[in-house]
Design a binder for this molecule. Structure first.
Ligand SMILES: [Zn+2]
Length: 460
């Protein structure tokens, strides 16, 4: 299949670079935006439209897909590309973010955990919900009523039952079923889901985390990474035993279009995740360790979990010198224009975030400035205008017959006025969310086109 990552240009001004990630479902030109399709769908959007928008890649969440409908079913259906008809490179997360970061929100606000003791404070907090004392239904209702709330990423919190060095056990927010994630199980789930790029199982720290806990979580993440690599490599070395291979061997039938090929052909790639919270020494230690491991790429996790923008930049800045030159680097959960503009300068290749799609569903549409930035402006000027948004609910748009963005070539801006979109949103018409998502995702692609051009011109 050729090399997974190809570095094409390195900026003379920063660590920023332009490259290509090659997967069996397409090439990602980097830096690139990875749209979030948590439950196997980019909300409101027909999959074929993603190809029209030229969305380069999408992200699916292992925790959600394992909770419902289960990884076995997705594998049986030929993998997530085939099942969801997502014909583009896909990434899956490890499940760690939802399980740890969201669950810990409850701990911080309800238990004020004492992290000075040796015991894992979060274990004590959640041990009150031990299945031994509460029925499954009680635990589920407890989770639904007391814990179900959105974090900044708008996700529902699972009810964690037990965290240990081996992994974590929790109740699904969907139906209360007991689910266990260990490094090996996270790998197996992700292999079955079949995304092109998988994340190693990590412990995502909450914000603000105390040093002692952040160190423990980082060390655990490193141990888990070694186990993930071992499991993944063993799977690569093992004859493929999935049902699809059995069928094809027996009948010589051609695989269904888009079906996952046997894993042995290395069509899935593994990233290790750097953790360390907001502590410089931990971030550097983690970067050195993760980069030293035999993975296909590296991700930076535990950012954009409530810290300031300066802290977010610091966390990436601290590790920039350690990031690999020959492997791609993903930043988990960051997607605001100004953040991306700054953070590509540290050598980040891909970013995933719910921001453009969530804002779209809230009636907030991006408006990119029209000026020819490369000839006449500096990056700082670009930043001032790049993040303009139209709040389409405002009454002033009721009679505005101009498009959302005069300079946007997307289907929405070429065909519809602000007035029509305002009407659709006010009337809660389903088309409103689809059109807004289309436009915002396309703007992200336009934005990354500009980013790549800026890097090639050494402006970033
Ligand atoms: Zn548009």
């Amino acid at each position: 299949m050729g090399k997974f990552f190809k570095l094409l240009y390195r900026s003379k001004k920063s660590h920023a670079r332009v490259g290509e990630i090659k997967t069996s479902h397409g090439i990602i030109k980097t830096p690139a935006f990875v749209a979030v399709g948590t439950k196997g769908t980019i909300k409101t959007t027909f999959p074929f439209l993603l190809n029209q928008i030229k969305t380069q890649a999408a992200f699916v969440n292992t925790y959600h897909l394992v909770s419902h409908p289960g990884a076995d079913l997705i594998q049986k259906a030929g993998g997530i590309h085939q099942w969801a008809k997502l014909n583009l490179p896909l990434m899956s997360d490890s499940g760690g973010f939802q399980v740890f970061s969201l669950a810990s929100t409850k701990q911080r606000f309800t238990a004020k955990a004492d992290l000075s003791e040796n015991n894992d404070a979060r274990h004590r907090v959640f041990s009150t919900a031990s299945p031994g004392r509460l029925s499954q239904k009680q635990v589920f209702l407890h989770g639904q009523n007391k814990i179900r709330k959105a974090d900044i990423r708008g996700e529902e919190e699972p009810l964690v039952i037990k965290i240990s060095d081996d992994g974590v056990r929790f109740r699904s927010t969907y139906d209360g079923q007991l689910i266990e994630f260990t490094p090996e199980k996270s790998m197996e789930h992700q292999i079955k889901i079949g995304a092109d790029i998988m994340m190693a199982f990590d412990e995502c720290t909450y914000y603000p985390a105390q040093y002692k806990y952040a160190r423990k979580a980082m060390e655990r993440t490193h141990e888990w990474l070694k186990r993930c690599i071992k499991y993944f490599n063993n799977r690569l070395a093992t004859p493929v035993l999935d049902s699809f291979t059995k069928v094809t061997k027996a009948s010589s039938a051609k695989p269904p279009v888009g079906a996952a090929l046997p894993l042995k052909q290395k069509q899935q790639f593994l990233y290790g995740i750097i953790q360390g919270a907001t502590f410089e020494d931990l971030r550097k230690e983690s970067a050195k360790f993760v980069v030293s491991q035999n993975t296909d790429g590296v991700a930076i996790g535990g950012v954009s979990v409530g810290e300031s923008k300066k802290e977010m930049r610091d966390q990436v800045d601290w590790v920039a010198d350690y990031l690999p030159a020959d492997r791609p680097v993903h930043l988990l959960g960051v997607g605001q224009f100004d953040d991306i503009l700054d953070l590509v300068g540290y050598g980040i290749d891909t970013f995933d975030c719910v921001e453009p799609t969530r804002l779209a569903r809230m009636g907030r549409l991006y408006q990119i400035s029209s000026f020819n930035f490369l000839n006449s402006h500096q990056v700082s000027n670009f930043k001032k205008t790049i993040s303009r948004q139209v709040d389409i609910f405002k009454n002033r748009y009721k009679h505005d017959l101009s498009p959302v963005d005069e300079n946007c070539y997307c289907y929405v801006c070429q065909n519809f006025s602000k007035s029509y979109l305002h009407h659709l949103f006010k009337q809660k018409e389903i088309l409103a969310y689809n059109l807004a998502t289309y436009h915002n995702l396309l703007v992200m692609e336009r934005f990354f086109d500009i980013i790549r051009e800026l890097i090639i011109n050494n402006k970033i």
